[in-house]
Design a protein around this ligand. Structure first.
Ligand code: FAD
Length: 468
């Protein structure tokens, strides 16, 4: 079998993989990156492009006062303190530098306007996601130290014994299998397992009826390769779908979150079932227990007009153009169109509006539009709108246990030498739920952290051996 040698091996060509590859290459290290599909990008390229950063110039430009401390508090609060505090700290310590690093590599961010799920202040920094991956790929190419092999899949991790470092992988390209040996270790950046319904079902049976959207290659290869070596797991109990996905349309795979602009969510019986301001992951849980696992976001013309065509999840106009948003002049007509009993819907809306007037929502205690932000508004001015909404599993947000340096930790709390993980393949960061932008954010931030760790570990080894 042929053998290829490299310094640092990255498995997976999404944002985590390319951030790691570029970081390492810029530090003078040769990198080989494997991508099993013909094209790079993974879930990163098809995502909503929202990244969570705190303390940026774009926030300041819009008068948003944010800080690392507030970001940390929010991440832990949203995660219900189930997150690994050290991993959260690593994100907080490295995020601002990563934002400027991306900017320095030509990535363009839209102005920061909206606070979203889990955010005390607006911190969604939006990019064109496919373009961002392309930007990092082209920087890797220009650097000259990164070799990208597409249509090449990592099959198994290699090490000489149970205690020796991971030294590479067996990989498969169209011509056959080969051995790839990596001097500085192996980084798993091969995404989650959202496209492996059997595996999702094993950990999250309640999501069996959800819609699954994500990179085609994300079937849990990284998890299985690392399990074989005894890797531990984090957050598996918290696989969640994202609320707001149209149940049948597969053209626009993004969620629509009119609830965060003041819509209510009702089930097929016309009843609300949740405080709509909570994390869209928790809303995902809530909708899965409703009849037919579906619901409607109901809103009126002023809420429609408060949409924002720069933010995919708030672009109501586009949903209308796509024929996904149902519109009627009266509530009664809307109820008829969505086959919800009109009397029940009317009662639900009247009770909600009364709660808005009285400053309290007796049914579910909703106090804000999203997280702790925004005043509730009456829903009363036609035309009225309904957006059919279920939950989509966009990512798995759980996986390999890592330490703050992205070393993979085994079931007996020891690092597996030579093995690192970053991005969606890792667990521990989100804990119980998820803040908007923190998955793409963690891909880039932790990809870079992992690369630095790998290089530092190698340098330290070389020093001990008197080679540095
Ligand atoms: C529709 C959608 C919208 C989203 N919106 C947002 C958002 O706005 N903000 C946010 O924070 N998060 C969002 N997410 C989640 C986010 O996109 C992902 O968590 C993130 O992109 C993961 O990055 P990654 O680099 O770890 O994985 P990916 O980008 O998925 O890359 C992993 C790559 O590894 C490859 N691979 C897998 N196995 C192997 C193997 N054995 N050998 C070689 N290659 C392999 C895959 O083919 C893939 O290309 C969204 C996800 C989706 C699907």
């Amino acid at each position: 079998m042929k053998t290829i040698h490299t310094q640092l091996l990255v498995i997976g060509g999404g944002l985590a993989g390319f951030a790691a590859a570029l970081e390492a290459a810029e530090r003078g290290v040769d990198v080989l990156l494997l991508e099993k599909l013909e094209a790079t990008g993974g879930s990163s390229a098809m995502s909503g492009g929202c990244l969570a950063f705190a303390g940026t110039d774009l926030q300041a430009a819009n008068g948003v006062v944010d800080s690392a401390e507030l970001l940390q508090r929010d991440l832990l609060e949203v995660g219900n303190h189930e997150n690994d505090a050290e991993v959260v700290q690593a994100y907080v310590d490295n995020q601002l530098d990563t934002y400027y690093w991306l900017r320095g590599h030509g990535v363009e961010f839209s102005p920061v306007i909206e606070a979203s799920s889990g955010q005390s202040v607006p911190r969604v920094h939006t990019v064109d996601p496919a373009d961002t991956v392309r930007q990092l790929v082209s920087k890797c190419r220009a650097n000259g130290r990164v070799t990208v092999m597409t249509s090449t899949k990592a099959l198994r991790l290699l090490r000489d014994s149970e205690t020796s470092p991971v030294k590479g992988v067996i990989a498969e390209e169209p011509e056959g299998e080969f051995i790839l040996l990596a001097r500085d270790g192996v980084l798993l950046a091969c995404g989650g397992f959202g496209q492996n319904s059997e595996m999702v079902h094993r950990f999250a049976p309640h999501y069996v009826n959800a819609v699954f959207v994500g990179g085609d290659g994300n079937v849990g290869d990284g998890l299985r390769m690392a399990w074989k070596l005894g890797a531990d797991l984090r957050d598996m109990a918290y696989i969640k779908g994202t609320y707001g996905k149209h149940p049948v349309d597969m053209q626009n795979h993004h969620s629509c979150l009119a609830v965060y602009k003041g819509a209510i969510a009702v089930n097929q019986d016309g009843q609300r079932f949740v405080d709509e301001s909570i994390s869209y992951k928790l809303l995902g849980d809530a909708v899965m227990s409703q009849p037919y696992h579906t619901s409607f976001q109901i809103f009126d013309q002023p809420i429609f007009e408060s949409g924002d065509d720069r933010v995919r999840i708030l672009d109501f106009g586009r949903r209308l153009e796509e024929g996904l948003l149902i519109k009627a002049d009266t509530l009664e007509a809307l109820a008829r169109m969505i086959e919800v009993p009109h009397d029940a819907l009317r009662q639900t809306l009247d009770a909600y509006n009364l709660g808005v007037d009285n400053g309290e929502d007796p049914a579910f205690g909703r106090k804000a539009l999203v997280h702790h932000h925004g005043r509730l508004c009456r829903i009363e001015t036609g035309p009225f709108y309904a957006y059919p909404s279920t939950a989509a599993v966009f990512g798995t947000y759980c996986g390999l246990r890592v330490d703050a340096s992205m070393r993979v930790i085994d079931v007996f709390d020891a690092p597996i030498p030579g093995l690192y993980a970053a991005g969606e393949v890792m667990g521990g960061f989100h804990g119980g739920a998820y803040m908007t932008g923190s998955a793409l954010g963690k891909a880039v931030v932790f990809g870079r952290v992992a690369a630095r760790t790998m290089i530092t570990a190698r340098t330290a080894e070389a020093e001990v051996a008197g080679l540095a």
